[in-house]
Design a binder for this molecule. Structure first.
Ligand code: GLN
Ligand code: ZN
Length: 766
């Protein structure tokens, strides 16, 4: 019998982002909830069918979500804070959306729950909040309904849930602190999962997958016993009627493998891409329980490249030294890869054949499973294997010697900006003449329909470049006037010419490739379309200089130039796998360095280099942070700006506030100013800034731009006072917590007006 094949999760947004479109239409009042439900149902059916046709044995269900699977899990456990319950919506979806994105209307006014990055991905999950009064119990029937829905279509799926351990480790209390895992809480959560198992067994499910990615993190005191006590309570509910797959991904579980193995799971999912050596060593050392199937995560759920079959077969063989029960699986959910290469007609077939998106990965999974059960002769005769091998023989692209030469010539001095920051900050204060608590924004302003339409017209050749430039300049002019009117101090041009902060730069760099439709989910209905690093990277032409210089010529205020940093460009692209991330980042750093110097030469005095994704690729285990990442990522940022004049002010921006644990590294980026998110989460980072004697001036975002809600002036003023309790006023900047491009003008301008008014009010009082 060929090895079982299993998919951990499938993209849910739809081949053409149908789910995004219908939900956003519903939010705007242009579609009904029933239409949303209808589209969702069609998408689920389509995705199950695709997997069934590809011959996948264990097809996931409940991997679908309207907004986020963590939010779904919270709701399933009745972890719904009172403030959302009080809105008393009739439809559960309305409560769900209020939790995910906030609500302001006739039923009340609530902010959204915080959102955080899902491990090392660019996906964001909603952080569940467990209040004192929360009564944990099974709530709703979503997983069962979706299982039944598939069953009615003749597909017996493997339901997927986020596991109790990961749920509890990621949930927070009402004060946004980690939970205390007392007996009552653990029992209540375990009871819900036990009940879920029983129900699925009754419905006829054969497998249930519980995702426990939190297991790949370093363990703190009590973690292993928490895990054990949860599962010791949950697993007996199987009563031999259903199998439970404990699924892990994004790293290895070598430090708990022995415990996991002893608990008697029917399946253990191991990531054999990330953390493969440690996972293999653990299996080697502790073996595999008799009735346990190892799910070999060989098909990468995080890249777009074809699988190297020889490598995957080797990994499966290694596991088979210890057990015959090996299933072939995706290494993680395919949520993090685009839907299909079908339709990417603009790419050269010679290039495209190196790519595998979600649909193509299904075929790979099946082919690998078949090959894994073939004898040597059959393998030799296999056309699939031969075709696959050919992709990895020889070099894929020619190297660019000029890039290599430039990197070889770098010296330590190229990574250090002179003079020291404290000195520069003094000079900049004089040169820029800004008030205390200077106000600014993060760069982008709302990307209206008209703006996007104009870009599309240019792309389709319906307008000339001159007409396009004219239009964009008018947008910039209007945006500058508006910023001047409301009294912002450091202005921006609005980034109207950019589709996306990474793709835009990629398009102007050598070495990148682009897709038409390779979208992946980022948060809620938001998707990103990362470019692909195909060859050596260098800057083709100046990228932003003309726009920034134009904008500066239209105002007497300081105009901030806006760039994306090398670490973020790489982290939000699909990196090559034939050279290291460090090498790719250095190439990018040199390209952006050219742009920084050209901006400075064009008279731009403040330059922001966004590193929105810096933290994202921080290795999950702390012990790897420096050696495997920060030791090259931070210097790469310094390489970008080290050659500017002391009076040129370098800003950076990060879309999160969770950097108290790497605060010294952030300071070592040696930027003059940093803006970051602080409005949704807690303000712990401010303590860290205080305690670390953080040198970089900082703008902790004073309001949340991920929600359409308009913050009041008083609310922002209060926030500023909170910040001033922790930071030296000379170092504080006032800004929203991220770019405004996803917002509408209707909420953006009043929000900014309140922000500026609040800053002025505070200035007047101190
Ligand atoms: N400058 C970018 C913008 O304002 C930053 C976006 C981001 O950090 N995600 O859109
Ligand atoms: Zn941001």
């Amino acid at each position: 019998m060929p090895a079982l094949t299993s998919v951990s999760g499938f993209p849910r947004i739809g081949q053409n982002r149908e789910l995004k479109k219908i939900i956003e239409a519903y939010w705007k009042g242009a579609a009904s909830l029933d239409e949303v439900r209808g589209t969702a149902k069609e998408l689920r059916a389509k995705h199950w069918k695709l997997q069934a046709q590809a011959g996948v044995d264990l097809i996931p269900s409940n991997d679908f979500s309207y907004y986020d699977q963590m939010l779904d899990t919270a709701i399933l456990l009745n972890v719904i804070p009172q403030r959302y319950k009080r809105l008393a919506f009739t439809n559960p979806e309305e409560t769900l959306f209020a939790m995910g994105r906030g609500y302001q209307g006739d039923k009340g006014d609530v902010t959204a729950l915080p959102m955080k990055k899902w491990f090392t991905t660019n996906y964001h999950y909603i952080v569940p909040e467990i209040e004192e009064s929360t009564e944990i119990r099974l709530n709703g029937t979503k997983p069962f309904d979706e299982f039944n829905e598939a069953k009615a279509r003749g597909i017996l799926t493997k339901p997927v849930l986020i596991g109790p351990y990961t749920f509890l480790k990621l949930a927070r209390n009402a004060q946004a602190e980690e939970l205390t895992y007392d007996k009552g809480l653990v029992n209540a959560v375990a009871a819900v999962y036990a009940e879920v198992i029983k129900r699925f067994a009754a419905l006829g499910a054969q497998w249930l997958q519980l995702d426990e990615p939190y297991l790949v993190l370093d363990k703190e005191d009590g973690d292993v016993s928490l895990f054990k006590s949860l599962y010791a309570k949950i697993l007996p509910a199987r009563e031999d009627k259903i199998k439970v797959l404990l699924n892990t991904y994004f790293g290895h579980i070598a430090d708990v493998y022995e415990t996991v193995n002893l608990l008697g799971f029917d399946g253990i999912g191991l990531d054999l891409n990330e953390g493969k050596d440690e996972n293999l060593a653990a299996v080697e050392k502790y073996g595999v329980a008799e009735n346990t199937t190892l799910f070999a995560g060989v098909v990468n759920g995080r890249n777009i490249w074809r699988n190297n079959y020889a490598v995957s077969l080797g990994l499966i063989d290694a596991l088979r030294q210890k057990t015959d029960n090996v299933a072939v699986s995706t290494a993680s959910s395919l949520l993090h890869v685009p839907f299909s290469t079908e339709g990417e007609t603009a790419l050269d077939p010679a290039v495209l054949k190196h790519f595998a998106f979600a649909v193509e990965k299904l075929t790979e999974l099946k082919e690998i499973a078949v090959l894994a059960d073939s004898d040597e002769d059959a393998k030799k005769a296999s056309a699939d294997l031969a075709a696959n091998q050919a992709l990895f023989d020889g070099t894929r692209v020619a190297a660019d010697p000029a890039v290599a030469e430039r990197i070889a010539k770098l010296t330590d001095a190229d990574f250090v900006r002179q003079p020291a920051r404290a000195e520069r900050q003094k000079e900049q204060r004089v040169a820029l003449g800004l008030p205390l608590l200077p106000t600014t924004t993060i760069g982008s302003f709302p990307q209206t329909k008209e703006i996007r339409a104009e870009r599309a017209k240019l792309r389709k050749g319906e307008i000339t470049k001159a007409e396009y430039d004219e239009f964009m300049k008018a947008q910039i002019d209007a945006c500058i006037r508006h910023q001047e009117q409301i009294g912002l101090d450091v202005l921006v041009h609005g980034e109207f010419e950019r589709n996306d902060m990474v793709e835009y730069f990629g398009q102007n760099l050598n070495g990148f490739l682009f897709t038409k439709n390779a979208w992946v989910q980022s948060y809620g209905t938001r998707c990103v379309k990362p470019p692909i690093v195909w060859g050596d990277v260098s800057r083709a032409n100046p990228i932003t200089v003309e726009w920034s210089a134009y904008a500066q010529s239209r105002t007497n205020h300081v105009m901030k130039g806006m760039l994306t940093g090398p670490v973020t460009i790489l982290n939000w692209s699909w990196p090559r796998e034939d050279i290291t991330h460090e090498q790719q980042t250095q190439q990018l750093a040199l390209a952006i360095r050219d742009e920084v110097l050209d901006l400075e030469a064009a008279g731009i005095k403040v330059i922001q280099i966004d590193e929105a994704a810096l933290r994202e690729k921080l290795p999950l285990r702390k012990t790897d942070w420096h050696a495997k990442y920060l030791d090259w990522a931070i210097p790469a940022f310094r390489l970008v700006h080290s050659a500017v004049k002391p009076t040129t002010q370098i800003h950076t921006h990060m879309c999160y506030s969770e950097f108290n644990d790497i605060i010294r590294d952030i300071d070592a980026m040696d930027a003059d100013v940093i803006s970051f998110e602080a409005s949704r989460g807690d303000l712990v980072v401010l303590d860290a800034i205080h305690d670390a004697h953080f040198e970089t001036e900082a703008g902790p975002g004073v309001y949340d731009i991920h929600s359409p809600r308009i913050p009041g002036e008083q609310e922002i003023e209060d926030r500023i006072y909170e910040i001033l309790k922790k930071m030296d006023i000379e170092k504080v900047w006032i800004n929203p917590d991220c770019g405004l491009k996803t917002r509408g003008n209707a909420e953006t301008w009043p929000s900014l007006e309140h922000m500026v008014a609040a800053a002025k009010a505070v200035r007047a009082k101190i």
